[in-house]
Design a binder for this molecule. Structure first.
Ligand code: BEZ
Length: 328
């Protein structure tokens, strides 16, 4: 936030002008994310900042901090809660650590394919879930994006789920995915994104749960032997604004920020729909061992996950209903 000196140069008056809630004032917002600079989420954050600067006639700007420069997602969520950070594009995984209902998005095979995942995330039910974030987490959820569907990259041959049994398999640190790989009999190893490449390269983990973009762009497949295209879970993202910062914004600024952030966060869904199969085809064309599997590959693990999570959230049934209604 900028301190604006008034005509008399009075610091006290300037401070009053700055903290008056709900009045329009110039802001340089700080937006944090964990993804590296070339990632689709980071590009969307930069495009949002550019459009906000233009739409506000230069009154507002957004400085984007990619690649965990402001800390990991748990730390950034804390900063959003205190108002130390203004905005973030964050995995719904991290949000689900604080608001359990969001775990329902990770129901294995909830979405039939990536287009279907997009329709589920754009549904009124999914968007309505964001209403609980101000009270439960202290943030305003503006819209969903995504990072495609999850796949598995493993050292060694994988022809059945038994081949994953006991493997140290990197997961994003959150409960729904931990429960899934525990049910499968793997040894899920929670690890933040920036640590994954080295961990796979030096054998600290035997396999990773990952999306198509990063498997291809960050060349994870080169550090392993088999890519399993399983499409077993969607991986949503959410655009967040600090509740404290939101409370200080004028109605006009809230509207402008909500519309523009929603536009750019949502655009990531289209990017993944367009590119997911292209990335996977490029991986397959390298000649790496490539296995396509469906739900039956995972045996009882899917049912086991459903049993665990139907007790944790009623939103599982609600999102299943959306999935049925939007299936083709
Ligand atoms: C991951 O933890 O695998 C991840 C996080 C953010 C974007 C994409 C992937």
């Amino acid at each position: 936030m900028k301190i604006i000196r008034n005509a008399l140069g009075s610091v006290a008056l300037a401070a009053v002008a700055t903290i008056a809630a709900g009045t329009a004032k110039a802001e340089d917002f700080r937006l944090g994310l964990i993804t590296p600079p070339p990632h689709i989420w980071t590009k969307a954050a930069e495009a949002f900042g550019a459009e906000l600067a233009e739409a506000s006639g230069g009154a507002h700007s957004v400085t984007v901090f990619p690649a965990r420069q402001l800390g990991n997602e748990a730390e950034m969520l804390q900063q959003l809660q205190t108002g130390a950070l203004d905005m973030a594009f964050m995995t719904v995984a991290e949000v689900s650590n604080r608001a359990q209902d969001f775990g329902a998005f990770y129901a294995p095979f909830l979405a039939d394919d990536i287009d279907h995942a997009g329709r589920i995330l754009r549904s009124d039910t999914a968007i309505g879930m964001l209403d609980q974030l101000p009270a439960e987490v202290g943030v305003v959820g503006v819209a969903y994006g995504m990072a495609g569907l999850r796949q598995i990259v493993a050292k060694g041959d994988v022809t059945s789920a038994d081949d994953l049994s006991g493997l140290k398999l990197r997961i994003t640190p959150f409960d729904p995915i931990l429960d899934f790989y525990n049910a499968l009999g793997a040894a899920p190893t929670p690890m933040p994104l920036p640590a994954v490449y080295d961990a796979l390269a030096n054998g600290q983990v035997d396999a990773i749960d990952m999306d198509a973009e990063l498997i291809w762009v960050l060349k994870y497949f080169e550090q392993a032997d088999t890519v399993v295209q399983s499409n077993h879970m969607m991986f949503p993202m959410v655009g967040l604004v600090s509740g404290r910062v939101w409370a200080q914004l004028s109605e006009d600024d809230r509207g402008m920020i909500r519309d523009l952030m929603a536009k750019h966060v949502d655009s990531t869904i289209d990017s993944y729909i367009e590119n997911e199969q292209v990335w996977l085809d490029q991986v397959r064309d390298t000649g790496t061992q490539y296995v396509e599997v469906d739900q039956s590959f995972f045996g009882d693990a899917v049912d086991e996950w459903n049993t665990i999570w139907s007790e944790k959230t009623s939103m599982l049934d609600a999102l299943r209903q959306v999935a049925n209604d939007t299936a083709e």
